[in-house]
Design a protein. Structure first.
Length: 366
């Protein structure tokens, strides 16, 4: 399994170098006036190309190992290629947006929905339980409700990762941490096949981060964010579906930061009478940047912006660990997981309001 992660790492690492060298020049430049722009200069946003190359290489090597006697007991047969087929509509759509910046939100949502439909058809995924009696009964009576949850997860999580992909190392490290947590629980229940699938994502993400953090030479773009969200959504649903001992609230808590960021963002925009698809600069990570990280550095503007950018992500990594650690510790305990989910949501809102209203203490600045 380590071999697969190493293959994914080095293929992504080398592919990213090629993207920076050649493909980056062919993409439409990211507008200087856009609210999500927190960098100086023109940085390629095609990290998704490198991530897809590394992930695919890891899966292909795993399938080849399985065919050659399966020494690692991975059981990665040709079926793993179906995962790639499921990913392609969403990921290729994201890459096209990175290249042209002309695709409307509706088109991108449609393509992620197509990936969700393919997951239902090719991977036979479904949500059959939530470990809450008053919800499990309707799911058993109407299986289409579980299918709807699959569609919502596979279509929505890519956009959630795209929302938090605002600073160097933020979405990448969050995806890496979540991937390792999923691998850990997969191994705990003996599912080496699913662990191998996700460990390739972790390896590919690590290869991307070499270029993304701290120097910011390459961004994941929509393609990379959609890849992270799609694979994590598929793996989370498959893990719960295959293993009854895994609480469905384990992936819910594991992913609560990007999911709640998205839900709160939709609420915030609707409350202001704006379209949920309209970009703004009021996400939690952007407030961290403005109210905590932005300090006086007597250097040129580009260098100062890069330092501020790099200082933002560690705050959100720590925030993510507040949900990941209890999720990993209590992956089979539904009451604890559900309670921590609620606590995280409340803590997020309190922290959001506090950052807006109050001056941040000096000891939080570095």
């Amino acid at each position: 399994m380590i071999v697969l992660a190493v293959v994914a790492f080095f293929v992504t690492l080398s592919s990213a170098a090629l993207v920076i060298r050649w493909l980056g020049r062919r993409a439409v430049r990211y507008g200087a006036g856009k609210p999500q722009r927190f960098h100086a200069g023109e940085i390629p946003r095609l990290g998704g190309v490198a991530l897809l190359a590394g992930l695919s290489a890891g899966w292909v090597v795993g399938a080849w190992q399985t065919r050659g006697g399966d020494p690692g007991s991975l059981r990665l047969g040709p079926d793993v290629l179906l995962w790639l087929v499921v990913l392609l509509p969403a990921v290729l759509c994201g890459m096209l947006e990175d290249m042209t910046q002309r695709l409307r939100v509706g088109w991108r949502l449609t393509m992620t929905l197509i990936s969700g439909l393919l997951a239902l058809w090719l991977l036979d995924l479904n949500v059959v339980r939530l470990d809450l009696p008053w919800l499990d009964a309707p799911l058993r009576a109407a299986p289409w409700l579980g299918m709807g949850i699959v569609l919502l997860a596979v279509a929505g999580l890519p956009h959630a990762f795209n929302i938090i992909d605002g600073y160097n190392g933020l979405a990448g490290v969050v995806a890496f941490i979540i991937s390792l947590a999923l691998v850990h629980v997969c191994l705990q229940v003996g599912d080496r096949q699913l662990a191998a699938i996700v460990v390739c994502l972790a390896g590919a993400t690590a290869g991307f981060l070499v270029w993304n953090y701290p120097r910011g030479l390459l961004f994941a773009g929509d393609g990379g964010a959609y890849l992270w969200g799609s694979v994590v959504a598929l793996a989370s649903i498959a893990l719960v579906q295959r293993h009854p001992q895994v609480s469905p609230w384990f992936p819910a808590l594991l992913l609560i930061y990007p999911v709640w960021e998205t839900v709160f963002s939709i609420y915030r925009k609707l409350a202001r009478g704006e379209s949920p698809g309209m970009a703004d600069a009021l996400h939690f990570h952007q407030l961290i940047y403005r109210r905590i990280v932005r300090s006086v550095l007597f250097e040129d503007e580009a260098r100062r912006m890069l330092k501020r950018n790099n200082r933002t992500a560690p705050y959100l990594w720590a925030f993510t660990m507040l949900s990941v650690v209890p999720a990993v510790l209590f992956w089979s305990n539904t009451p604890v997981l559900l309670a921590v989910c609620l606590l995280f949501c409340v803590s997020y809102v309190v922290a959001y309001v506090a950052i807006i209203r109050f001056r941040v203490p000096d000891w939080l600045r570095f």
